[in-house]
Write a protein that binds this ligand. Structure first.
Ligand SMILES: C[C@H](O)[C@@H](O)CC(=O)C(=O)O
Ligand SMILES: [Mg+2]
Length: 430
């Protein structure tokens, strides 16, 4: 069957997470976790679902960008796309008028991610496999032709499939960010840590960067809660300049964080290198990637030894195609990949990529773990399964991107019931 694509729709779906400060950090104090949600229809009735993640306002701009790309997708068949996926990736990212808006960064790249995520979902569904298994099988059949530009640093040899059974049995290790968003009270932090420890979590991330004294208090509290042997990470979401990052994190070194995440501007590669060098004697690494535009930036981060943990993002980079390139480069440079997840749908998507990374690329769990955030999974038709702080490999065909239609309708902005109600409340207050 050819699976000719007959239609592409995109919707602005938002969740009012800011009301309870879920997802808050030093730079994003009121995030409403949102998605530009794409559905691809085909002539045989099979659909592909994809999304990219945003924080509320501005999702409508990503929706416009997806609409601008739709004409490049509709009318093509799945076979046509996947038989030259590299060409299709270039088509989406190199349109001679659209590329001026990027290239391969910002809104247009988020839109590319949403569209390509839907295409990969469609492909995995057409093959009747979860996406991670489709990728693993592609490697065993030597069908990897999805990356460009970075061949100079890509490792060609890919390890075998010996780790698959282990993953199916035990799952992929995860850490939680859910206990310590910046807007949570100390009481809330304590309660959430207690619950998480009971559920088997051993690795925790805490938001920092707004106020040093607050950070010291919160890091002390969380370290007391989790004990000396569990793992702590800290995340500043780009709040500092380079010198400030070094002095601030040095003050937090007594709490033994494994990494400082996004200490400064995500574009400052040499700044990250300087921070990495200064913090290495304290045993603190630098992690970044959730706002790293593309594989070319990652290549330079790796070449400059500017990060010690690569945080791929399933919706920031150009979907699976570009994430594969980054996984291979990280392997080449022997830097562990610890994906960014959370948001809405990011856990659902990125679990496929990290499973592939373990089974076919890295074959190692040393200093490797995938982020987990305990929000909004109930809106997906195949939500993540976490067991004993591990991601259990998804079994359903596809890329786990499909949302419940009832959830999409309720949260569609601005006409969904959730937003109409919020608007009415606001009008009554005025
Ligand atoms: C605004 C988002 O919640 C951001 O804080 C997420 C993040 O940095 C992370 O999960 O890491
Ligand atoms: Mg982060």
């Amino acid at each position: 069957m050819l699976h000719k694509i007959t239609n592409l729709t995109v919707r602005d779906v938002r969740f009012p997470t800011s009301l309870e400060q879920h997802g808050s950090d030093a730079m994003h104090t009121d995030p409403d976790y949102s998605a530009a949600y794409v559905v691809i229809d085909t002539d045989c009735g099979l659909k592909g679902f994809g999304l990219t993640f945003t924080l509320g306002k501005g999702t409508e701009i990503v929706v416009c960008a997806v609409e601008a790309l739709a004409g490049l997708v509709v009318g093509k068949s799945l076979q046509e796309i996947v038989s030259d996926f590299r060409g299709f990736y270039r088509l989406l990212t190199s349109d001679s008028q659209m590329r001026w808006l990027g290239p391969e960064k910002g809104v247009t790249h988020l839109a590319t991610a949403a569209v390509l995520n839907a295409v990969w979902d469609l492909w995995a569904r057409a093959e009747g496999k979860p996406l991670w298994k489709l990728l693993v099988d592609m490697v065993s059949h030597r069908k990897y032709r999805c990356w460009i530009y970075v061949l100079d640093v890509i490792a060609r040899e890919i390890t075998g499939l010996i780790y698959k059974d282990q993953m199916l049995r035990e799952g992929y290790p995860a850490y939680t960010t859910s206990c310590a968003w910046l807007g949570y009270s100390d009481q809330q932090l304590k309660q959430l840590c207690t619950d998480a420890l009971k559920s088997g979590w051993t690795k925790f991330k805490v938001k920092v960067g707004a106020d040093l004294e607050d950070d010291i208090r919160r890091c002390r509290l969380i370290r007391q809660m989790i004990g000396a042997n569990n793992t702590l990470m800290i995340d500043a979401n780009q709040r500092w300049d380079v010198a400030e990052a070094i002095s601030w994190v040095s003050r937090l070194a007594e709490f033994k964080p494994l990494w400082i995440e996004e200490p400064t501007s995500p574009d400052d590669i040499l700044g990250h290198a300087a921070i990495s060098k200064a913090l290495a004697p304290l045993g603190i690494g630098v992690a970044t990637g959730e706002q790293c535009h593309n594989r070319v930036m990652f290549k330079q981060f790796l070449q400059a030894s500017a990060l010690q943990f690569v945080q791929i993002d399933s919706c920031r980079l150009g979907s699976v195609n570009e994430n594969l390139a980054v996984l291979l480069m990280a392997h080449k440079f022997q830097v562990p990949v610890c994906p960014h997840a959370g948001g809405v749908g990011l856990c659902e998507l990125v679990q496929h990529l990290i499973l592939f990374d373990y089974v076919c690329v890295s074959g190692s769990l040393s200093h490797r773990m995938c982020e987990y955030v305990d929000h909004l999974h109930e809106h997906f038709t195949s939500p993540v399964v976490i067991h004993d702080a591990h991601y259990m490999p998804p079994k359903d065909p596809g890329y786990s991107c499909e949302m419940l239609e009832s959830s999409v309708q309720r949260h569609q902005y601005p006409e969904g019931d959730v937003w109409k109600l919020a608007q009415e409340r606001q009008n009554n207050c005025v």
